[in-house]
Design a binder for this molecule. Structure first.
Ligand code: SF4
Length: 159
């Protein structure tokens, strides 16, 4: 696959990821923390000073903590994963969604985090539950696509 890079930092970043994945990920995270420290502090203060707990605009639920990907820079790749295997309990999942429904949640919701959502065999049913309970929320998914087939894609697109 050919890759086109449009600026110097993009080219540098891509070469760093290719040749020094761990180093570049660590540097990137440090840069992110440094660049966002001020905004994060302001946000924490806003949160602490609010009389009522502000509702989140974005909710990410990782229902299974595994990925079938092999991305070298990622600690969740199938060779580097160190966390004990865990699937979110059905009761906990429903409780979170029900509480969001009680709030009238209209924000963004994902049923993945740093994982591959299609490894969870309940993922379609879980999305259906979310849609039913949170009709005004924006629900979306990101996947590495390794488990997708034409059948799955067309069937789920209709639900
Ligand atoms: S597909 Fe995503 S979660 Fe999986 S190894 Fe790659 S970057 Fe990590």
């Amino acid at each position: 696959m050919s890759i086109r890079v449009h600026n110097f930092m993009g080219a540098l970043g891509w070469q760093m990821q290719k040749h020094f994945p761990m180093l570049s990920s660590n540097l990137y995270l440090k840069l992110q923390f440094a660049a966002r420290a001020k905004k994060q502090k302001a946000y924490i203060e806003f949160f602490e000073k609010s009389e009522e707990t502000p509702h989140p605009l974005v909710v990410n639920l990782e229902t299974i903590n595994r990925c079938n990907g092999e991305c070298a820079f990622c600690t969740a790749n199938k060779y580097a994963e160190k966390r004990p295997y865990k699937r979110m309990e059905d009761d906990l999942f429903k409780s979170i969604i029900d509480q969001l429904a009680d709030w009238g949640f209209k924000g963004h919701l994902t049923l993945y985090g740093n994982n591959e959502p299609w490894l969870d065999t309940r993922i379609v049913e879980m999305h259906k539950y979310c849609r039913e309970k949170l009709p005004d929320s924006f629900i979306f998914m990101s996947t590495n696509g390794l488990l997708l087939t034409l059948d799955i894609s067309t069937t789920t697109a209709k639900t």
